[in-house]
Ligand binder design. Structure first.
Ligand SMILES: Nc1ncnc2c1ncn2[C@@H]1O[C@H](COP(=O)(O)OP(=O)(O)OP(=O)(O)O)[C@@H](O)[C@H]1O
Length: 238
């Protein structure tokens, strides 16, 4: 049996750059299942927080501990950036590339690429050059490219920023399906409606600190902090 990589234990994690604290110290346990939405105003540290969990940020102090060795944990997680970077190749090649890098046979990789392209609505675009796709299509390709590796956990940094309602809904459906299939999801968003539609729990950040970490139902029914209450009311939170 494969050892689960979760729960993830974040202990006193601190990220400082040039004397400025960007994040922390933060403590958090990421459970094995669920859809965590990370909220907070601009500059609160959401991106830094996601990057820290994923292992992209050098910690000034503290630890991020997976249940498996780090080299293995790295291979079993994925990150989707707000502005995805596409290979200057076809949609098909963008999808097969991460697989062949990991040793998947060419025919199998092509098969999976075709399956995933279809699942995200890009079945008709397999031979199109990826950089020529629309913003929403690029985001769907970025998602497929992450999910094709069947990660245990996926981090997403505002994947729907600048997308219209239809593209957003399509991406949300893909994410909810992945979550139902057992992929742990942690996603930053500014969109309160989206947070309500997707979250099982919410991490609310202010000035690099987690000031709330609650079940989504509790958070949206009655946030514990005035900052979160203000944000949910549509007030400006700084
Ligand atoms: N490499 C860096 N060096 C110095 N400061 C940084 C660095 N990266 C981020 N910051 C600062 O850290 C703070 C947190 O940034 P971060 O991008 O994590 O916030 P955010 O909540 O994701 O913001 P937004 O909602 O605007 O995307 C900001 O004040 C930012 O300017």
């Amino acid at each position: 049996m494969v050892t689960p990589i979760l729960p993830l234990e974040v202990s006193q994690a601190l990220v400082k750059r040039r004397g400025k604290t960007l994040l922390g110290p933060v403590d958090l346990t990421v459970s094995q299942t669920g859809f965590t939405i990370v909220m907070g105003p601009n500059g609160a540290g959401k991106t830094t927080f996601l990057r820290t969990l994923h292992g992209l940020e050098r910690l000034s102090k503290g630890e991020v501990i997976w249940q498996v060795p780090l080299t293995e944990a790295r291979l079993r997680q994925a990150f989707v950036f707000q502005t995805p970077i596409m290979l200057r190749r076809s949609v098909r090649d963008n999808l097969t590339y991460p697989l062949t890098l990991r040793g998947t046979k060419k025919a199998k990789a092509r098969q999976l690429a075709e399956d995933w392209a279809r699942r995200v609505g890009l079945g008709g675009a397999l031979d199109q050059q990826a950089p020529q796709l629309s913003g929403g299509e690029k985001q769907k390709l970025a998602l497929a490219r992450a999910l094709i590796l069947d990660p245990d956990i996926i981090f997403l940094d505002e994947p729907c920023a600048n997308l219209d309602g239809r593209a957003m809904r399509e991406i949300e459906t893909i994410l909810l399906d992945a979550c139902d299939a057992g992929t742990r999801i942690i996603m930053a968003t500014h969109d309160i409606g989206q947070a309500k539609r997707l979250a099982t729990d919410v991490v609310f950040l202010m000035h690099g600190h987690i000031i709330e970490n609650s079940h989504a139902k509790d958070f949206f029914a009655g946030p514990k902090t005035p900052q979160a209450a203000a944000l949910l009311q549509g007030d400006i939170v700084e």
